[in-house]
Design a binder for this molecule. Structure first.
Ligand code: GRF
Length: 231
């Protein structure tokens, strides 16, 4: 991937559930604001709604069942081998609700981005909305980060923040965050497609420099440098 490469970025997506983040990518591409080719959508749940969305959009789909494989590593290597035929340049985990074998992540030929509904490094794992409320946090958010061989870890490319209201429940917080997650994912993938951001072994590069702090999504859905590194 070079900065003078303007061909559409070949993106594969992995999903497990309802697929609203996938829909955001499909819609942004259709609207002409996301210069990518969505080359394939893969899932560990053959019947999930996200796969149906992909098929409706005319995107190639791959579905494998973990129960057909002896262990996690065998499943993940098979899934990645199938995806390789589509020659992706980036793999986006958009609501992929399954831990990926660390060896498979380490051996992945493509950089991988994950979207997680918390302000990482806070609250990796499940129940992020309830955990933010239980902790008495005043803000919550979502992060798009490089997937590495550890759960919900890896350099964070970008975040979006929302205020927590006194009467919030995990459900209201999740509902308010979701559309901001969608905007965050689209803006993040767009930066990679525009070759303004790159995931490299040395970390995330942004506008030719190593990214020191996660970009922050503003109210106009534009990713801005974090305030303390903006100067
Ligand atoms: C999102 O909240 C995402 O952050 C998390 O799983 C959820 C997936 O939602 N990783 P959807 O399937 O994209 O609607």
């Amino acid at each position: 991937m070079t900065s003078n490469d303007h061909s559409p970025l070949r993106v594969a997506v992995m999903v497990s559930g309802r697929g609203s983040n996938l829909k955001a990518l499909i819609d942004a591409r259709a609207a002409g604001i996301l210069p990518v080719d969505l080359v394939a959508v893969a899932s560990n749940r053959p019947g999930c709604a996200a796969l149906a969305r992909a098929r409706d959009a005319g995107i190639a789909t791959v579905a494998l069942s973990p129960k057909d494989f002896p262990d996690r590593a065998a499943f993940d290597h098979a899934l990645f081998a199938t995806l390789a035929a589509f020659q992706p340049q980036l793999l986006v985990l958009a609501g992929y609700l399954r831990i990926i074998d660390a060896g498979a992540v380490a051996a992945s030929p493509w950089p991988m981005l994950n979207i997680h509904p918390s302000l990482l490094p806070k609250y990796p794992g499940l129940d992020t909305h309830a955990r933010a409320l239980d902790a008495g946090d005043r803000e919550h958010g979502a992060s798009v980060h490089q997937a590495i061989p550890a759960l919900d870890a890896g350099p964070v490319l970008a975040q979006v923040r929302i205020a927590i209201k006194p009467d919030d429940t995990p459900a209201t917080l999740a509902q308010r965050l979701l559309p901001r997650e969608h905007a965050l994912l689209v803006a993040s993938v767009r930066l990679l497609a525009q070759r303004r951001a790159a995931i490299t072994p040395a970390g995330i590069q942004f506008d030719g420099r190593r990214l020191a702090a996660p970009l922050q999504l503003d109210d106009d859905d534009v990713l801005q440098p974090a305030p303390d590194v903006a100067r």
